[in-house]
Design a protein around this ligand. Sequence first.
Ligand code: GDP
Length: 420
Amino acid sequence: MAVTAVVGLQWGDEGKGKLVDALAARADYVVRYASGSNAGHTVIVNGRRFVFHIIPSGILHERTTCLVCRGVAFDPESFFSELKSLQEAGIAYENRLWISRRAHLVLPLHKLEDEALDRLLGIGTTKRGVGPCYADRAYRLGVRVIDLYCPTTLRQRIRTLLEVKSPLLRKAQIEPPSFDDLFSWCEDVARRLQRFVADTAGILQKALSSGAEILLEGAQGVMLDIDHGTYPYVTSCHPATDGISSGCGINIVPQRVIGVLKCYTTRVGAGPFPTEEKGDIGETLRRRGGEFGATTSRPRRCGWLDLPALKYACRIAAPTHLFVTKLDVLAELEKIKVCSAYRIGADVLTEFPADISVLEKVEPLFREFCGWGDVKGVEAFSRLPSQALEFLAFIEEELGVEVGGVSVGSERMELLERQT
Ligand code: GDP
């Protein structure tokens, strides 16, 4: 299969990093096309934990070329700290990691702006400056990687940004950085980044024509998409299939789209969550699933699998296959619930509501499954306990998409591909 995309079907944190790492073993190119350092992909190899925010998880396979394309809100601080962890682990990245000239930079100013907005409006972001970076792109005030190498443009952009943003920062009692500080930060980044800067769309174009195996690494999830998600509790870009072509900078249509979902639901921060479990069950899921954000360590809210939300996500992302993670987390629960529909008053909703005030009021209708016991150490998909297979068959039937594999633990090898 020449082009494969891996996208999250829930509110992010589905375990995409692990699947990307597994698929990257067969890929020539691994590509990040959207989102920024507010996304965190975790890969565990032989007990060593890598968290990537900007660099594609495929970097751990030394045969792959990794691209950070135009659609990524590029945070140099995160990038350099990820490079350091690769260095420490002895993973070579020179001449196989490229950053788009057209990617927009997350500046220290954007992080301060996130902090200011949080203080003034309490919007609860990861404070990574990603929203302000994308907003400045739309305002036509942004600084792109290429602008780092044009001092006249850079000076003018920094001046304008400081003029526009300083009043907001001061209102939140934050002292804006000086022009000189910001300019010298950019000069330092320009120097350290130069050898990674490339025409990533051109590289991808050539890769496509040569029939190379390309893996597109989605970040976050459909339900966090700025347009399709539970607005305004969303991210500021299109992290799933919508964002692929514009984010890569060339028209690229994956032949295989793998939609990743956990066998329960989590979300970070505020926003409606119909299947949320606030009591013991939620606590058990959080503890067993290690549900604390890879970016901020915030505890994730936990609840049962939500099929109406997933049906909606499948309509948007059009996965050709599903990959279901964390079956081991539900092991040992006696009863496992799945929300199959929402009810509001006397009505059963057939559509996922666009109005979040409706979503806040819905009552989930559950179907119950028997627990499946321990799945660690199971060596083949077909050898999963019958209760787990029944649960997966139900998801498949409801979503109309085949389950291509599952994950039964956090380690690289704990992944079962379905043989067809
Ligand atoms: P991503 O953003 O979709 O890559 O998800 P994260 O990396 O933020 O969160 C997934 C977490 O779940 C990571 O810590 C993974 O190591 C872990 N994980 C992935 N698959 C499994 C699994 O099947 N079982 C368990 N217990 N953990 C898993």
